[in-house]
Design a protein around this ligand. Structure first.
Ligand SMILES: [Zn+2]
Length: 330
């Protein structure tokens, strides 16, 4: 934890200022071990392995802890880097471009292994705070030591430990895995100062009926319940069918016979998946099967989220025929 992060922090319980009365280990850049305390209510929060800890998985609701644990395993095992992450990230952030990040104080709701935290920092954000409830924070911290503008915080999206000082907040692929996605979105938007912006990307209800009908029962009843190492092995089988189908059918069809390809089942998304190699596809399939909670959100419901926070100039964009990108001003 960098000491200047204190300017952005606030007690998640009472909103009071956060102080650092005690640091036992400082490596010249980061406070590696220490204790933070609230000036108002005196609650204490630990800093361990360089990360301030505002949430304790042992003490939070079971469904949230389960989601955080399952994804935590994913982000500490699928730590690969991929040069396609930037393009993929921009797809989810539409209509935002890399220049948009320049000079901004940015908050990320759900950073996983930190792949987007890192991109935001490299695109010139003044500060980027990546947050997550699960063990992904360890990978995110380990992936960003060279970036002086990155901060990683372990916390609950419903009880964010920050002041309303952010120019921009974004969350991609995370809100729909929380028990109440709209509440998580509202909480995130509450950290953005007036005139700032927010982006969110969520699974769409539209066009995903086949997932809701056939994949969800398997995920909810089986794959999210078994151990992650076992799922890691088992998920290689569906990955193989996705890999062969996307590489041998969808990619060639989209290159040589576009009008025919357009008629293929779930073409935009499967063609996009076909641009990734085995490791990333395995990660994506695993990701779809590991989540105990996943909501598929209709455009109508998604629009209500933006209405309720009274966002201005809202743009809702349909992405890959299966998900919604939203962007608006607070
Ligand atoms: Zn407090």
């Amino acid at each position: 934890m960098k000491e200047r992060l204190l300017d952005l922090l606030a007690c998640p319980t009472c909103g009071g200022d956060i102080l650092l009365p005690y640091a036992s280990k400082y490596d010249g850049k980061e406070i590696m071990e220490g204790v933070l305390s609230c000036k108002k209510c005196s609650r204490e929060y630990k800093v361990t392995s360089g990360i301030p800890r505002f949430a304790d998985l042992a003490k939070i609701e079971e469904d949230k802890a389960e989601t955080a644990e399952n994804f935590g395993w994913q982000w500490t095992h699928f730590t690969q880097e991929n040069e396609q992450y930037a393009g993929q990230f921009l797809g989810w952030l539409q209509p935002v471009s890399p220049e948009f990040f320049e000079g901004k104080v940015v908050l990320e709701g759900g950073c996983g292994k930190g792949r987007h935290t890192r991109l935001a920092a490299e695109w010139g954000a003044k500060e980027v705070v990546g947050t997550d409830l699960g063990d992904g924070v360890e990978s995110a911290f380990a992936a960003t030591p060279h970036l002086p503008n990155v901060h990683i915080v372990q916390c609950d999206v419903y009880k964010l430990p920050f002041r309303r000082k952010f120019d921009y907040a974004f969350s991609v692929g995370v809100l729909h895995h929380t028990p109440d996605p709209k509440r998580a979105f509202t909480s995130l938007s509450g950290m953005v100062k007036k005139g700032g912006h927010i982006s969110a990307w969520v699974y769409g209800a539209e066009n995903n009926e086949w997932i809701t009908k056939y994949v969800n029962p398997v995920r909810e009843g089986f794959t999210s319940k078994i151990s992650q190492p076992m799922l890691y092995q088992i998920s290689k089988l569906p990955t193989l069918s996705v890999f062969l189908t996307t590489k041998l059918v969808y990619r060639p069809a989209n290159i040589i016979a576009k009008p025919v390809a357009k008629k293929l089942f779930y073409n935009d998304y499967l063609n996009h998946l076909g641009t990734f190699g085995w490791r990333e596809q395995h990660n994506i399939v695993f990701d779809h099967l590991v989540a105990p909670t996943a909501f598929y959100i209709s455009k109508e419901d998604f629009e209500k989220w933006w209405d309720e926070i009274k966002a201005k100039d809202v743009e809702i964009i349909w992405h890959n025929q299966n998900s919604w990108c939203g962007f608006g001003q607070i």
